[in-house]
Design a protein around this ligand. Sequence first.
Ligand code: PDD
Length: 301
Amino acid sequence: MSRTVYVNGEFLPEEDAKISVFDRGFLFADAAYEVFPVLDGGIVDADAHLARLARSLDELDFPAHYTPDEYLPVLKTLVRNNKLHEGLIYMQVTRGAQDRSFNFPKNADPTVVMFTQQDTIADDPVAKTGITVITVPDIRWQRCDIKTVALLPACLAKAEASRRGADDAWLVDDEGFITEGSSNNAYIITKDNKVVTRHLSKAILHGITRVSVLSLISQTNLELEERPFTIEEANGAIEAFSTSASAFVMPVVSINGNKIADGKPGPHAMVLRKLCLEAARQSAAETPALSPRHRIKKRSS
Ligand code: PDD
């Protein structure tokens, strides 16, 4: 069935949703994006994702053309039009269309596109077995804190993972420290019950799920250490996991073919996953998009 897609103020059937071949998002990856999780027909952490998008656009010198609040009703309408109970909303803003020129256009209107994808996030069977990762050099640029659509290094990393029979790739900087996953933040848990994840800087995306998970650590017997860690340290960890809007907390069970502990999802990661999902459902309930009738109908079916 055709989805409804949002393009520049219009809700269109996906076959009719088109943008210009001169769009700078297409020509130069001159665009930023967000991925919003949807649970129980509500949007998770909507304000935080909209605020990060506004920041990305600001860092890229986009002319200020909207306030984050403006797009919340649009996101909700899109979820409603697509009857999306669980999945993701993708939102992209480009600098607009003009004849190809490296210089920023003087008066192009930004292109704004949003679409939904149905997905099983909460009961994802993959979380029960965990994922395997390999490590690859982090060949991205020096502003990984900006969520741009220049994702070819991430695609190459995932392709390499797939070639080597793994599910995902963790990226390693020039000093041998892991920055983050190809499309997620990366964590290990050490023998002394410390959750270690790279500190915030321009080297990683400041994950919205990361904020949620770090705030939940105080509800466990774990402690937090925000600092870089190496592959060797990860190999000696008792658990590992990654976080993202599309997977929440995902246990990592091996790195470069070396099992983490017994090679099964660790209990701490599973507790953090449960807490994170509870927090996400609460956030979704605070930003409902589907009508109550649809939210309940789908849950009980
Ligand atoms: N990726 N790091 C990178 C490089 C990412 O691309 C993402 C998200 C994250 C996690 O951020 P958050 O918790 O806000 O989703 C970290 C999204 C899901 C994507 O590109 O599909």
